[in-house]
Ligand binder design. Structure first.
Ligand code: HEC
Length: 225
């Protein structure tokens, strides 16, 4: 089931505490500390589809952890299906896709009395459910990323070379370049944007040039995929 072990590198670093639960089939709750509270009722539409900045990156980070510990064993690491269950990256990022997503996540799926997918209604909070949704729908096209490996590794080198004493202007130049390159990769779900390690690295850098080593590690994770 570990189709591409190397692909784990990026989420492991950004989501430092990712529980690696593939051998363990018990569904688990997701720590959503840091995300805005949502109403107890789960709602019908992803509240973070248009989110920006901190909320967006938190949702993707937490959603990635939740996905890896609860969904990846069937739906594949990074949501890239190995064929056991549908490839969720293509689930449309719109009201219809949300309805379908919620129905499966809340109730699971049974066929001829066999549980093909367990229900998560009692395990995941609304925050966790929508964070996972946000993670899934912002997945970039992994093949496009691979094809742009040379450009991405050049960007990584720039980040790596950034001294902790870099001025905010120097940081911003590189962060803007990371964002611009990241924005070239479309989300397979049709969501307004994809979020890859490039934008995550830009976000980290903007919080301080001393985060350059971590940001460059994040980008390296993309290159190992
Ligand atoms: C034990 C394996 C398993 C686990 C764990 C699992 N799923 Fe599924 N999931 C499936 C299977 C099999 C289907 C196909 C069911 C069907 O035919 O509709 C499915 C279908 C879905 C669908 C509908 C996709 C579509 O294109 O029709 C969504 C959405 C979904 N799962 C989300 C999730 C999420 C989110 C998680 C984690 C919180 C998760 N699943 C965990 C096996 C699993």
């Amino acid at each position: 089931m570990l189709r591409k072990p190397a692909a784990l590198a990026a989420p492991v670093i950004f989501a430092a505490a990712m529980a690696f639960a593939h051998g363990d089939t018990a569904p688990r709750s997701v720590d959503t500390t840091g995300l805005p509270d949502l109403p107890d009722e789960v709602g019908t539409v992803n509240p973070w589809r248009e989110a920006e900045g901190e909320v967006l990156f938190k949702a993707v980070d937490i959603g990635g952890k939740g996905f890896n510990s609860n969904c990846a064993r069937c739906h594949g690491l990074e949501a890239i299906s190995g064929g056991l269950a549908p490839d969720l990256r293509y689930l449309e990022a719109n009201d219809f896709g949300d309805e379908w997503y919620l129905d499966r996540v809340m109730h699971g799926y049974e066929q001829n009395g066999a549980v093909k997918m367990p229900p998560f209604a009692d395990i995941l909070t609304p925050e966790a459910i929508w964070a996972i949704r946000t993670y899934i729908e912002t997945r970039p096209d992994a093949d496009e990323l691979t094809a742009r490996g040379t450009d991405i590794s050049a960007l990584r080198d720039k980040v790596q070379a950034l001294p902790a004493t870099a001025t905010p202007e120097e940081v911003e130049t590189i962060a803007a370049e990371l964002d611009a390159t990241g924005a070239e990769f479309e989300a397979l779900s049709g969501a307004p944007r994809s979020v890859s390690a490039l934008q995550q690295a830009a976000f980290l850098l903007r919080s301080g040039a001393n985060h350059a080593p971590m940001a460059s590690e994040l980008i390296s994770g993309l290159l190992r995929q």
